[in-house]
Write a protein that binds this ligand. Structure first.
Ligand SMILES: [Zn+2]
Length: 338
């Protein structure tokens, strides 16, 4: 069955934008999606991956290396001469199940084979599969903290290092980490929360018209997926083009001092810890500008992305009972009057 088209997803604008921004600039860090069950979180990620242009890869490489990347960065490509012909592969979306062992996630070094045959035997794990794509964890708040920490480390560095009893192996693992969860079922530690680039909230739509739209589209898709996808092919192509141009434009988008000053004032008003908030705000606003074909970041970009970039970085304020989204909205109104 073809994937449900991204452009056919009704409402959930904040989540869609956060995912698009991560696709424009994966260095903004992972995306955290909090909210009700059945709001189409995993549908959106799969749809986004299917929308992205397929990628050139080195045939036979378990990490699906980019043929333009240096072979030394990959244990497979360093040993095997690169074939003349490349393959086209879809952008991977890898699901990380909650019960997965660390070996299954990071990969396993076979010590016995190493000792008896003197060769480094490595069984690549889910992080290898996710290279150049997305790693999706449903209910990330139920995953063990040390595993979340490890995933965030690898996502930030783009390299997975596996070490066991004196043996070690490194392989490329560049991916966008997408975690979803229901905050009622357990919270993420604040130290982990703020390492995600963007956080968005999704709710089941309450507007009747939107609900009808969701039901109709889901029904039409399930009855005839091919016809449904064909009907959205044009808008999918258009969005794909927009993403490709955004990626090309990104390196030349200008971030003027005035925008950085606004970002700093916003973070000061909210009392976010450290400078990670500003850094993320700058990067995400730049990716948003690129997505919209703008060559300069403006306050408008900052305002729109501020809730997703900052709401998970606020310290608890016992005197302020309002939710984090409301606090960001209020700070935005203070810093950008009018
Ligand atoms: Zn490789």
């Amino acid at each position: 069955m073809p994937t449900f088209p991204f452009t056919a997803i009704v409402a959930q604008d904040e989540m869609k934008l956060a995912l698009l921004i991560a696709a424009v600039d994966p260095s903004v860090g992972g995306v955290l999606v909090f909210g009700d069950r059945g709001t189409g979180k995993s549908t959106a990620i799969r749809a986004l991956a299917a929308l992205l242009p397929s990628m050139k890869a080195v045939p036979g490489c378990p990490y699906a290396c980019d043929p333009a990347s240096p072979p030394q960065a990959c244990p497979h490509c360093a040993k095997n001469p690169r074939p003349k012909k490349n393959v086209q592969v879809p952008v991977p979306v890898v699901d990380l199940p909650l019960g997965a062992t660390e070996d299954r996630v990071v990969g396993a070094l076979d010590l016995e084979r190493a000792l008896s045959l003197g060769e480094k035997a490595f069984e690549p794990g889910l992080l290898a599969k996710a290279n150049r794509g997305f790693l999706y964890i449903d209910e990330v708040n139920l995953l063990e903290d040390h595993l979340v920490d490890l995933l965030l480390d690898v996502a930030a560095s783009g390299v997975n290092t596996v070490e066991r009893e004196g043996l070690s192996l490194r392989h490329p693992a560049k991916f966008v980490l997408v975690g979803s969860g229901n905050p009622e079922e357990g919270e993420l530690r604040p130290q982990l929360l703020d390492r995600f680039g963007l956080a968005c909230e999704v709710v089941t739509p309450t507007e009747i018209k939107t609900r009808i739209d969701v039901v109709r589209r889901r029904d039409a898709y399930e009855r005839d997926p091919d016809a449904f996808c064909a009907a959205h092919a044009k808008s999918e192509k258009a969005l794909q083009k927009k993403l490709t141009s955004a990626r090309e434009l990104l390196p030349s988008v200008d971030v003027p001092d005035a925008a950085l000053e606004s970002a700093a004032r916003l973070c000061l008003a909210l009392g976010t810890d450290g400078l990670r908030g500003e850094l993320t705000l700058m990067r995400t606003a730049r990716a948003l500008a690129a997505f919209e074909g703008a060559s300069t970041v403006t306050d408008e970009h900052l305002k729109r992305i501020a809730p997703s970039a900052l709401r998970h970085r606020l310290r608890r304020n016992p005197l302020d009972e309002s939710g984090s989204t409301a606090r960001v909205t209020r700070a935005v109104a203070e810093v950008f009057p009018g």
